[in-house]
Structure formats: C-alpha cells, structure tokens
Design a protein. Structure first.
Length: 153
C-alpha cells in the first residue's frame, strides 16, 4: 500500500523537467501544506477565439479569430477580419475557448420582413446549432444556419 505521493510518483519532478522544460521543482512550506512550483509549468497555455458578425448590403459579414493569447486580442482580430472592405459594422458576438470551441449563427426573417440573427457557443457544433436556431426562432421565422465553426483545441 502506498503511503505518500513520493512512492506513487517517484520521478514527477524529472518528468516535469523533461517534458515541460521547467527547472526542477522547488518546494515551499506554508500554512496548509507544501506547494510545488513545477506543477504550473506543466499546464498548457489557454488559447482564445472570437467570432464577429455584421451586415452589409450583400448580407451577413463574419470574422473569425483563433489561437489568441486573450479574449481581447481574439475580439480585436475577429472584428478586423469581419470589417475588411466594409464600413465597420461588425461586433464580436461569440467567444471561443477550450470549454466552448464551437460557435453558430442562424438567420431568419422577423415579422417586419427584416433579417434577424441568433447565435450561440457550445462544446459541440450540434449543440451550438440547436441553441442558435432556438435563439433565432425567438425573434424570426424560417431560421437556418448561416455559420457553424468549431476550433480544435
């Protein structure tokens, strides 16, 4: 029977050093136990994405940005891509990350005959589609999927 983590993981520090490129773990004792600094180096960095949408005379405009270091960076790039060659009507509406890597836009016609949109993010493309269609259906009829995008994180 194992009595402590040293027996269960005798080479954890060498593994973290080898595969995460970190220095050997340094321990610090404080109230609540021992904290090992090498564990942080083993965690993957998060990546963020955004989907911007807008309208032009030709219809729906979209801009997608992925692999960014922050939501703010992803948002700025998605808006920039969406607005390329247009009058600057795009706004970031969806944010993507490891928890919600899929975004969907659904569009339909509202009671006044104008185009209306609903959108959603989710863990899978099919879940995002269902949610976007439901969102669109609250304000429009004949809703269809206009954009469905998933990032492989």
């Amino acid at each position: 029977m194992l009595t402590d983590s040293g027996q269960a993981f005798p080479s954890l520090e060498s593994c973290v050093t080898k595969y995460a490129g970190a220095a050997p773990a340094q321990s610090a004792t404080g109230r609540g136990g021992t904290t090992t600094g090498a564990a942080k180096a083993a965690l993957p960095s998060r990546e963020y994405g955004a989907i911007a949408i807008g309208e032009s005379g030709d219809g729906l405009l979209t801009g997608i940005s992925t692999g960014r270091a922050s939501y703010a960076e992803a948002e700025a790039r998605a808006i920039e891509v969406c607005n390329q060659g247009h009058s600057g009507t795009c706004t970031a509406r969806m944010y993507l990350d490891e928890d919600s890597p899929c975004g969907t836009v659904a569009g339909g016609t509202d009671s006044d005959g104008a185009v209306a949109y609903g959108w959603a993010t989710s863990g899978t493309g099919s879940q995002a589609q269902v949610a976007a269609l439901a969102s669109c259906s609250e304000i429009a009829h004949d809703c269809t999927i206009r954009l469905n995008y998933c990032v492989a994180y």
